[in-house]
Design a binder for this molecule. Sequence first.
Ligand code: ADE
Ligand code: ZN
Length: 319
Amino acid sequence: MSLPKAELHLHIEGTLEPELAFALAARNGVTLPYADTEELRKAYLFDDLQSFLNLYYELMAVLRTEQDFADLADAYLARAAAQGVRHAEIFFDPQAHIARGVGMGTVVEGLHQALARSEETHGISTQLIMCFLRDESAESAMETLEAAKSYLDRIVGIGLDSAEVGHPPVKFREVYEAAARLGLRRVAHAGEEGPAAYITEALDVLGVERIDHGLRCMEDPELVERLVRERIPLTLCPLSNVRLRAVGTLEEHPLPAMMDAGLLCTVNSDDPAYFGGYVGDTFHAVHETLGLDQERLRELARNSFEASFLEHDEERRAR
Ligand code: ADE
Ligand code: ZN
């Protein structure tokens, strides 16, 4: 499935495949609590978002040097290119690294090494979005923004991720205001496990331009009307929703109903190493399982460019 497309919801740490995790562990003298890749893969059975996040943060222990981050990003970009990705807006979670003694500079410069050569090597233009962990404090988010000030030429915007329920967008009002003053674009995860009200709050209080997931907007018809009217993009991740049990099965995923309602939907892979597929695999799955025809798939691909942070002429070139 190689329709040209943009990927807008992708956590670079969620592209850490078991083979690379073990290779980096060996390179850095880190011992993982799994005998081998097979045993590790057996741990990929999740009950909810938190059970996934526990493993996601645990495996980050293998990422220590600029080279590690460059290798991680390069491996993702190679896979993405093979699946038709022409533009990627990539999330990273600096707080999860800083807490382990790996500084902002190591993360950003390492990722940048791979991203800077990506157009040439993989035919993919890229942007970096720095996410705050919403289950950490607002003060910690503000310190992270401060630490990012030396790297603003490398970062297009900010996002909000990690455990959603109990951590409403309003907690991060000041840090989003400060980011806006720095000229950063704003997105946030909302309505993945949390309620539809978090989507409204992310729009009204944080001023986000896109909603990551937004699945639960379907519980609020007035919100759906608003999202349609304002053409707010949703970066949906159907395979993630199944693996994290936000929906029962892929057959039950509301993507077709969301497209029918006129929502600006995109499909993305979220954490492809953990959820059973990259974005081309996701297009394939929604075609096979949800019966989206070629016209609908083309609509999703077009939406991905429209919803991206590319400027008009860049967008045309990428398509
Ligand atoms: N971090 C990585 N993947 C995530 C997801 N699906 N939701 C929230 N935080 C995340
Ligand atoms: Zn996500």
